[in-house]
Structure formats: C-alpha cells, structure tokens
Write a protein that binds this ligand. Sequence first.
Ligand SMILES: Cc1ncc(COP(=O)(O)O)c(C=O)c1O
Length: 487
Amino acid sequence: MDHTQAPVLEALRRFQDQGELSFTPPGHKQARGADPEARAILGDAVYRSDLLASGGLDDRRMTGNVLKRAEELMADAVHAEHTFFTTCGSSLSVKAAMLAVAGPNEQLVVGRDVHKSVVSGLILAGIEPVWVDPQWDGEQRLAHAPAPEAFEEALERHPEAKGALVTSPTPYGSCTGLDRIAEILHARGLPLIVDEAWGAHLPFHPDLPSWAMDAGADVCVTSVHKMGSGLEQGSVFHLQGELIDPETLQSRADLFGTTSPSVLIYAGLDAWRRQMALQGEQLLDEALRLAAAVRGEIEKIPGLHVLGYDDLVGTGRGADFDPLPVVIDISALGTTGYRAADWLRREHRVAMHLADHRRISAQLTYADSAATTDPLLDALRDLADHAGELAAGVPDFVVPTGPEMRMEQVVRPRDAYFGPSEPVPVERATGRVSVEMITPYPPGIPAVLPGERLTEPVLDYLRTGLEAGMNLPDAADPELRTIRVRR
Ligand SMILES: Cc1ncc(COP(=O)(O)O)c(C=O)c1O
C-alpha cells in the first residue's frame, strides 16, 4: 500500500480549501463562534479541523471511504488484517475487544494486573473473570504480567472460559511471553486479547519487544497517544485470524462509541501511521540510542537506580522489556516516588509519568532529544542533592507483599457493583465485600475490585498510601474515611 497517503489529512485539507459552509455541528462553525480566549490559546487550526466525520470530512454516507482507507493503511503498517480507529482511548477499545469474546455470565481469563477499563468492561457486560495472578517481585514490590503457565493452569481449571486477556507491556515496560500465551489459547481454539495500550511503537523497530499481532494474538488494543504521537484519546484495535468476527468487534465498539467522533483524533492517528510507516525505524533508532544514554547517566546519580534487563527480565519476571519508559528506583534517597515527582514538578517544572512508593518514571519517545533529557538529568541530579529534605518526615507507608495484595473475589464484579451497599468506616471494613473499585492512579491498576473481600493489608496500604501522597481518584470517599461495601 502507498504509505505516503494520509486519507484523513487529505480530506481535511480539501474541506478547508473548498471553504464549505456548514449548517451542521459543531456549533463553533470553524472557529467563528468560539470564545476569543479559547481561539487565542488553542489556535484557530484546532477549530478549523474540528468537523463532522460524516457530512463534513466525508459525505453523508461516507462513500469517500476516508476513514476506511486510513484504517486499512494502519492495518497494513502493523501487519494486522483489520484495524479500527476509536476516539475514546483504549478504555473503549479494550471493552469492545472483551465483549467480542465473552458475554453476560461467560468466563474470561484475565490477569489481575489489568487497567481499570477492563474491570469496567466486566461490570458492564456481566462477564465472570477468572483471575490470573501477575508475577510478583517481592524484593522490588513490583508486579510483572502473568506468566504463560498461569494462563494454561487457569484454562485447565476453567475449560468453559471463552478466551483470555493479558496486559503487555505493563506501564513499567515489562513484557510477557505473548507468543507462548497465544499458543496456549489457540491449542484450545480460544482467542487472546492483548491490552497493548503502552506498545503503540513496538511494531516499528526490530530491537523493541515483539508485539501482539506478530506474537499471534487475535485482537490487540493500543493507545496511540501514549507511546505514539497521536492526540489524547486516539486508540486503535487490530484484529487477525478467524476466532473473532470483524463485524462482531465493530458492533461491540459501536455500543460504547460516540456518534460524534473527533476528526482531530482521527487525523492524529492517520498522520502517526504515515510517520511510522515512512520513518518509524529511524525515529525509534534515535529514541533507543537516547534512552540508552539517559539510562547510563541516571545510573551515575547517587541514590538512583534505573530498572533494566536484570530487574525486569528473567524467571518470575518478564520475558522482555521496553527501554523507553525509564523507571527509576529512588528508594535509596529515603523518600517516596510521590514526593520526588511533586518536588521535580514544583522545583524544575519537570513532569514525571508514574510515581509509586519507591519509583518514578520518565517516559521517553522519539519526540525527545538532548534538549529535553539534559534538563531531566539536571533535575534528577538536583533531586539527589536534596535527599535529606525529601526524606524528612516521610510518613510510614505499609506496602504489602504480592500475595497480601490479592483478595478473594467472592461476588462477581457486576453483582457487587449494582447490588445493595452502605458506607462503613475503613477501620471496620476488613472482611466486608467492596462494591467499589479503588485505583491508585497512575498507572490505574485497581487495588480493590467490586466483589472482593477486603483485607487488613490492602486497607492499610491504601490508607497509609493516601497519607504518603497516593492518588485514588475513583474512591467514593477520596479521603478513604469510609468505603462502600455490600449490605
Ligand atoms: C494498560 C492500560 N490499558 C488501557 C488503558 C486505557 O487507555 P486510554 O487512556 O487510552 O483510555 C491504560 C491507560 O493508562 C492502560 O495503562
């Protein structure tokens, strides 16, 4: 296929050149009606490219196939059979993929380290999860994606399961053995869904971990705004093989999607595919070289350690790792990742991605260069110089071991979520069944799920974590004085 084409961008240009008059949404009418300050801050280009997909970008019945052609080019670029664009993030795509595999009261084998959007999918569809434990590194207190054998074992225990879902890479860059998991599923004639929200770039460089379609997955979901250069909310899902019907997948996505998709987001997806198809390897080559240099420099800073191959790969860990998320263990500074991240933003205007009890991470992409990583390194050196200040008065933070983090699922997520509930003081919640999802964010992996029986170690972790700076945006009581439980 001709990857110099970008059907969405080309259609946008045509629309703008023709000076068409719209008597349709959006009501700002190519910026004319927009708030003047918004025009000044966003720029009119944003409004001029914000138009209806059908009856704007394309004709009323989409006979120009603008979106379809852009999706076909994306599928070709990543060696998938079908690709679908969505404008509500991988949070939508992953739900569509799950519902294409399992329906109400059916079982799906799912890693317990999934993103909260997967749990929302379980609740909405009434799918029964068969949980597979991640691999826990007890020393680092870090979860890696579940091992292939754990999926095999779960499928043996639950032969009626309709398929499986695994997250790889994890937000920490750890990747599991996808080819082996795909084999295990396919030996039983079942499909594998991969939540590859963090892996948009993987198909475009041979030195990066292998990615879901090449590893044999049936459907995979990717956030192009995370490691690619799409606009926020730009997500795609890719499909191959005979186990999932493309029409079914499209129909499930339609259940969740908007009837007013953002053409801006489509344009970001289309342009990124062209950039990757034409220049991806070269751009990622430079990014990988930069990441190696930055990792080396951070390692020289006293008190900082960058998680690399030895920390992320091996028995009980991942099968491979992506070096672009630069995850830094700062525990030797005697402080928490939350404090360190807040300090870096306040003192240096440097925003880190993840922050947890002992780590921060800097996500590098091919958009970075020495112009961005030099100030990052200066800020990290200054962070180490301020270790004393950052360590003073750090609240006690009780981080459980992996097995202590796992609670028993005693009621299905949907039944607990929609069932009768009451708030109870957190000190009296042990032994009760949660109806809430409680999620440290980022990365957005729920610590508590609806239907799980609450335990002391997890409640202590959340309570003390909150005091230490953990962010729990979805808790019904953000201060966690109470928690909603099944009545
Ligand atoms: C593993 C994983 N899956 C899915 C999502 C949802 O992606 P999005 O933010 O594009 O909706 C995220 C978001 O952080 C994620 O980390």
